[in-house]
Design a protein around this ligand. Structure first.
Ligand code: RP5
Length: 181
């Protein structure tokens, strides 16, 4: 199977976000107010050495930009899209409607309905256009899922994920050890 270095996607489109050279994951969000919630996803991808781009795409305030982003995503070399949004959070679903790439939705907690509005908006996609939905505000899990998706065809990433899982296990076992001592 192909190593991650062998992919040669087309270069990023100017104006479509802050990018590493050949991003494989697109992290988008409806507003800069979502940034603190979405940054942990970027940190996870940094940890796993997965190149990504990160930008703001608002479904209702910049609809043309959303269409351009989603329609160009696959040809620009992206393999997975992580989309975070709050409120009537249609960004992940609309993007999934315009690309065949896997889309992972992050329900962002807003001020009035505790993020349940975003969760329901993202998770309740009608039949035919799936969005993989993670827990409210859990962009960490969105990135981990993106790494697993990429890892299905990239042994280096699958092994890194196994290593990460063992480190989680180790953390808990260390605590058990301390507690029982
Ligand atoms: C959504 O509305 C964004 O995803 C954000 O979560 C929410 C509030 O946006 P701002 O009013 O903070 O820009 O579009």
């Amino acid at each position: 199977s192909k190593s991650i270095d062998q992919y040669s996607p087309s270069p990023p489109v100017p104006g479509l976000g802050k990018s590493s050279h050949f991003p494989e994951v697109g992290i988008i969000m409806g507003s800069d107010s979502d940034l603190p919630t979405m940054l942990p996803a970027a940190r996870i991808l940094d940890t796993f050495g997965v190149p990504y781009e990160l930008t703001i795409v608002s479904a209702h305030r910049t609809p043309d930009r959303m269409v351009a982003y989603a329609r160009s995503a696959a040809s620009r070399g992206l393999r997975v899209i992580i989309a975070g949004a709050g409120g009537a959070a249609h960004l992940p679903g609309m993007v999934a409607a315009m690309t065949a790439l896997p889309v992972i939705g992050v329900p962002v907690k807003g001020s009035s309905l505790d993020g349940v509005d975003s969760l329901h908006s993202i998770v309740q996609m009608p039949r035919g256009i799936p969005v993989a939905t993670v827990a409210i505000n859990n962009s960490t899990n969105a990135a981990l899922l993106a790494v697993r998706v990429l890892g299905a065809g990239t042994p280096r990433l699958r092994e890194a994920m196994e290593h990460y899982m063992r480190s989680l296990e180790g953390e808990v076992l260390t605590k058990v050890d301390k507690l029982e001592r």
